[in-house]
Ligand binder design. Structure first.
Ligand code: HEC
Ligand code: HEC
Length: 339
């Protein structure tokens, strides 16, 4: 009988510690909806997150061991790059799109500017095997990692198996990525009633709700849809966006609505990085929208913003900067894991 009670207690503690980690990351997010990432299929644990973090920062994932995920996704710019318009990969090969900021990914139902990927667990395969990004094969990466002194142990800790597999690699990367949560901006503290906007920010917020939030919806600042926001077609990149995936002409030039959290640091802007400054973005929406057949109806009428109003909207956008997220040690290069 005593034994049964003992086993019962152990099981209880195990269940508690499983849910505790999800709790710690997700349950206390006031004002956020339920994440849609499938945690049942990939239960979070600190060990998996550690492994994913080690992988994210390790150039071993690329063909000649020079490019890591973090080469294009840098923490202090909300996990995008700022030095070029479109991304640069292995052998300095130039891609065709701007790297999106990575945050709050547990709430996304599709990935990439055109939604080419619909599960975060699959996302990492693409950059690893893309000839212009990391130019590797997952099989070869697995081989290389098996021979290191540190990965077999890290995989054992995470999956109770020191034989490295592609599946475990992708799940660990996804585990790290779902923990990239940004919810500590001034905006968030105002929503939690811990702080207040100044007049300019408050005016900007009111304008934002009228003009922008139909697509950049709170609290994630994206409605997760694909929209044509009236950018002129770039005849060099010839990027049709969502149409590339669905082949529907109505999806021509539609791109995934990006979040605007940490927008102060994630320049340049848009799928091709065509705008360097927020003022250029505001000018686009105010007077530069091209009216294609499928440009969003919400952009039909001119926004008619005065220069003061544009400045106020920008002042509001700057309240979406989350320094806790941009500088938190738990997301940084994990030197101590590579031993
Ligand atoms: C050479 C630069 C480069 C490297 C290296 C790179 N990425 Fe990316 N990443 C991009 C670009 C560019 C996109 C957008 C591509 C598109 O829309 O077609 C992207 C998109 C993403 C997205 C989708 C985000 C969203 O909001 O839809 C995720 C997640 C991601 N990358 C994770 C990773 C991981 C994990 C690695 C390492 C295994 C990695 N990336 C390596 C440039 C890079
Ligand atoms: C009809 C939907 C829609 C509306 C309304 C809208 N946007 Fe956007 N926004 C988008 C889409 C779609 C993109 C990405 C387009 C692309 O890259 O091709 C985008 C991109 C952006 C970006 C660049 C983000 C990045 O990471 O590159 C900023 C900044 C932005 N919008 C701000 C605003 C502001 C401010 C308003 C209101 C004045 C606004 N948007 C209104 C759909 C919209």
């Amino acid at each position: 009988m005593k034994n049964y009670i003992y086993i019962f207690l152990v099981v209880l503690v195990a269940i508690y510690s499983f849910t505790k980690i999800d709790n710690e990351w997700f349950i206390s997010l006031k004002g956020f909806p339920q994440p849609i990432y499938d945690f049942k299929n990939n239960t979070l644990s600190q060990e998996k997150i550690n492994l994913g973090r080690a992988l994210f920062y390790d150039p071993i994932l690329s063909k000649n061991n020079t490019i890591s995920c973090s080469s294009c996704h840098l923490q202090y710019t909300a996990f995008t790059h700022v030095d070029h318009t479109v991304s640069h990969g292995i052998d300095d090969r130039i891609g065709t799109r701007n790297a999106p900021a990575l945050m709050n990914l547990a709430w996304h139902s599709s990935f990439m500017w055109d939604g080419a990927i619909n599960h975060l667990d699959m996302q990492s395969l693409l950059p690893i095997s893309h000839p212009d990004e990391m130019g590797e094969t997952i099989e070869h990466v697995v081989d290389k990692m098996q021979k290191t002194s540190y990965y077999p142990k890290l995989y054992y800790d995470a999956f109770a198996d020191s034989t490295i597999t592609g599946e475990h690699t992708l799940k660990a990367l996804a585990s790290f990525m779902v923990t990239l949560i940004s919810n500590n901006s001034k905006y968030d503290s105002v929503m939690r009633r811990e702080s207040i906007f100044n007049d300019q920010q408050a005016n900007g917020y009111a304008l934002f709700k009228k003009k922008c939030s139909i697509c950049h919806s709170e609290p994630l600042f994206t409605n997760m849809k694909f929209e044509n926001n009236g950018l002129s077609y770039d005849t060099f990149y010839k990027d049709n966006g969502r149409m590339k995936i669905t082949q529907l002409t109505d999806d021509s030039l539609k791109f995934k609505v990006p979040s605007l959290r940490n927008i102060e640091f994630s320049y340049p802007y848009m799928h091709d990085g065509r705008f360097k400054k927020l003022s250029e973005v505001l000018n686009h929406y105010n007077t530069g929208v091209v009216h294609y057949k499928n440009t969003s109806v919400f952009l039909n009428d001119s926004m008619g913003l005065s220069s003061n109003e544009k400045v106020d909207i920008i002042a509001f956008l700057l309240t979406l900067t989350d320094k806790t997220f941009l500088f938190h040690k738990k997301y940084s290069y994990p030197r101590n894991l590579y031993k």
